[in-house]
Design a protein around this ligand. Structure first.
Ligand code: PGD
Length: 768
């Protein structure tokens, strides 16, 4: 009889069994709305694309870094690979100090508390003396630093008003960037029940209104009957400022809330009415900037003032140049409305960005692998990785500090794909050629694995046992091994244990435990500390799942602060919401002044319809996979055309180019070019094209395009949001689209790299 085993992923719970025809995956029966991404899971065992044995890059063995990203790989034995990697780690730390090791290793990895790649890599590097780390994320690069100044912490993300409250009370959802259901399929760590779509439907059935403000119509589900306003991409700040202007100008603002709960309203009002720059941020002004009718802006402001309104701000808004501004202007707009702290009113940041925002949270710690202490103080804001590698010693600004990039000699990555997530991938290739050595753990031959010198084959969750849960979920599940490790793959833990052994610190790293020992230890420790469910580890494992008590469903963001701001101050310098921040102002950053400001991003300085790059490209998160994970899976590949990523465009833009759905095109920007296939759609604003992230980077035909598969990060600019946050700006760029009529080069991204002969003798003396 076939044995199905329970497993978990960032996009849902499932059971799986290996059958002669492949892996059979069954969604969890308790999930009301399982994610289509589950159909990608069988590709995890696709042997062609799995790294099955340790590999070393030929050029590295010969002492070179120039070919990184375009080289042959030699399969080697585990003992050779461990010897080479340990030797190189030791050489770098002794010669240059541990800060010369970059272990930022950003990435989502897989669900599972013990085999969490980030925790494993950080724990190992700490045990061997530390590493240069990264701070912040690609998801919320601008938001987190800004929120600290404006509201004191990230409660708008981690403690957003709960979905059931919105479903019951909100009368008007004003959704900047939408609430895209595709993104609410996922949650970092797992999601046992997909409920966001159901909450939205309940609100609509009760009569709630929805206004969608986005260049993409499908950023809100069609059944919500939203009014769609499609401003010029990147101009939401101007629209928000004009809405605040109307509310104040007509006396519809909440003077009392602004006086008692905010600081800086006077400076903000003066700016809105043009005292500083002579420009009133009126609806007529905004119409010129965003292309939304002034009368529509006035009507929207009136509707917001007369209904319980939730201003929702997507994470994508801040993933662009000056990305701090739309978030700050949106918070200011909610302050002007004065509904913050009321059920169903105020603002939220990232509803729909993951299933976790607005979900109930667990009021205690999860079972967590301890990472130890990093003795190295050096760090970079995560999206500045290429700058760091290319410009060691150079100074840069970050959140009020003047900092200097460290000189990195060794890059260590496990659980992320920078050749998916970073911007300007050709520049990243150049940057990756700088260090002496790059070591990567990957289950698959991704572009990151192909830019490494030593590649360790990592197992997937299907080949391991683990504990599955997330802070915003209610289930703790046994993730049970479905199949033995593929080829010679080992878990990240086993790889680090072997390296630690070679470097003489095995006991410090493993504490004498194997996988099973750690799972039992983490569970029992959590049981003692958090909430004793009564079951010991063996009983839990046999049962397979615990429903965890969570916070109540009625959480309203800032309810207590509204009731009594003196007794429940925010963690800002003033204790209130800062519409003007003296601290930010004191930094003197022209790209992030002391109050929400309309700053014209470079993308808008090219006139629409003219120049070499007349179209806006929205490079959003994909509907058919999580980031770049399992790009070769069934859901992901079924959306590709001629094997290339689809780029959506409006019929009017297609007609002038003579394009039809299915045509191959070359998309070019000032940064690079990609091949993609056109899909004509009225769901994108005229003048806008949309190409999702996640197609595996394929630079194998540079004479044809920077990426012949359709990875938009070959087109995006590698520049920070501002000197305040230095977040990533991958969401928006300017492009041209032209029919591609040359011979289509074959896709190499979904093939393994060229392999040298097995058994090639390698010297265990590591090169420098
Ligand atoms: P993933 O594709 O999830 O992307 O970037 P991120 O690097 O997280 O990469 C995870 C990698 O880990 C995969 O290659 C997977 O195979 C590997 N992996 C999975 N499990 C394991 C494991 O157990 N062990 C090891 N060693 N490896 C494992 C995501 C990032 O991209 C994010 S979060 C966002 S929000 C950004 N979004 C955008 C955007 O909107 N627009 C642009 N242009 N660019 C973006 N980049 C960012």
């Amino acid at each position: 009889m076939t044995m199905y085993q329970q497993q978990s992923s960032h996009w849902g719970l499932f059971s799986a069994a290996r059958k002669p025809g492949g892996l059979d995956v069954i969604p969890d029966p308790d999930d009301p709305n399982p994610a289509p991404l589950l159909r990608n899971v069988p590709a995890a065992l696709d042997e062609r694309l799995r790294v099955r044995t340790p590999h070393v890059r030929r050029g590295w063995l010969e002492g070179g870094s120039a070919e990184r990203g375009d080289d042959e790989y030699l399969p080697i034995s585990w003992s050779e690979a461990i010897g080479l990697a340990a030797g190189e780690l030791d050489r770098v730390r002794t010669t240059y100090g541990n800060e010369a090791i970059y272990g930022g290793s950003y990435g989502w990895g897989s669900a599972g508390r013990f085999h969490h790649a980030q925790s494993q890599v950080h724990r190992f590097l700490n045990v061997i003396g530390g590493y240069t780390r990264s701070v912040q994320t690609y998801s919320l690069g601008a938001a987190r630093p800004l929120l600290r100044h404006v509201v004191g912490n990230d409660d708008p993300i981690s403690k957003a008003t709960a979905w059931p409250v919105l479903a019951e009370h909100t009368e008007h959802f004003v959704c900047f960037g939408g609430i895209p259901e595709k993104n609410s399929q996922v949650n970092s760590g797992g999601v046992s029940r997909h409920e966001v779509a159901g909450h939205l439907r309940r609100a609509r059935a009760r009569g709630a209104w929805f206004t969608l403000i986005s260049p993409l119509r499908d950023d809100l589900a069609p059944e919500l009957d939203a009014r769609w306003l499609a401003p010029v991409p990147g101009t939401d700040t101007a629209l928000m400022l004009a809405l605040s202007y109307v509310l104040i100008d007509r006396g519809w603002h909440d003077e009392e809330f602004l006086r008692t709960h905010c600081v800086g309203f006077d400076q903000f009002r003066r700016y809105l009415f043009g005292a500083a720059d002579g420009i009133a941020k009126s609806p007529q002004w905004a119409e010129q900037v965003c292309g939304i009718d002034a009368a529509v802006i006035v009507g929207l402001a009136e509707s917001m003032a007369t209904r319980r309104t939730m201003v929702t701000l997507s994470w994508s808004l801040q993933r662009a140049r000056y990305g701090e501004q739309p978030l700050w202007a949106g918070i200011a707009l909610a302050c002007v409305l004065g509904q913050i702290g009321l059920p169903g009113g105020g603002f939220g940041h990232g509803y729909g960005a993951t299933a976790g925002v607005g979900a109930r949270r667990l009021p205690y710690r999860l079972p967590t692998l301890p990472q130890g202490v990093n003795p190295v103080r050096e760090f970079i804001p995560v999206a500045r990785v290429a700058d760091m590698l290319l410009h060691p010693g150079e100074e840069y600004d970050y959140d009020g500090e003047r900092r200097r990039y460290p000189d990195i000699r060794l890059v260590y990555w496990a659980g992320g794909n920078p050749f998916h997530h970073h911007q300007d991938l050709a520049r990243l290739t150049e940057a990756f050629r700088r260090p002496d050595t790059v070591i990567v753990h990957e289950p698959f031959w991704t572009a990151t694995a192909r830019h490494a010198d030593i590649v360790f084959p990592a197992t997937t969750t299907l080949e391991r046992n683990d504990l599955g849960c997330a802070k915003e979920d209610r289930a703790l599940v046994a993730m049970r091994q479905v199949t033995p490790p593929l080829g010679q793959a080992r878990s990240d833990f086993e790889i680090f244990a072997a390296l630690a052994g070679k470097l003489g610190v095995e006991q410090e790293f493993t504490e004498g435990r194997d996988e099973w020992g750690w799972l039992a230890h983490l569970y029992e420790q959590w049981r003692r500390e958090a909430s004793d469910p009564g079951l010991d580890f063996q009983q839990f494992w046999e049962l397979g799942r615990l429903e965890l008590p969570a916070e109540p469903d009625d959480q309203v963001l800032y309810e207590q602060f509204r009731a009594d701001p003196a007794a429940h101050p925010l963690a800002t310098p003033s204790g209130r919401i800062e519409l003007f921040s003296e601290r930010i102002d004191s930094f003197g950053y022209a790209d992030c002044p002391g109050h929400p400001t309309w700053l014209v991003p470079e993308e808008l300085q090219i006139q629409p319809g003219s120049g070499d790059f007349p179209l806006f490209l929205v490079a959003n998160n994909p509907a058919t996979r999580l980031h770049s994970q399992l790009d070769h899976g069934a859901t992901s590949t079924s959306a590709k055309i001629h094997g290339r990523e689809p780029v959506r465009m409006h019929p009017t833009d297609a007609v002038v180019r003579g394009l039809s759905t299915g045509d191959l095109v070359r998309v070019t920007s000032a940064t690079g070019s990609v091949l993609a296939a056109v899909v004509i759609s009225c769901s994108v604003r005229p003048g806008v094209v949309q190409l999702s992230t996640g197609a595996w980077y394929d630079p194998s035909a540079p004479g044809v395009a920077t990426c012949i598969h359709g990875n938009p990060n070959a087109l995006t600019r590698d520049v920070g949001t501002s000197r305040l946050a230095q977040g990533c700006t991958g969401q928006l760029t300017r492009v041209q689209v032209r029919r591609f009529i040359e011979t289509l080069p074959p896709l190499k991204a979904h093939e393994p790299p060229t392999e040298g002969p097995t058994g090639t003798a390698v010297s265990t003396d590591s090169p420098t």
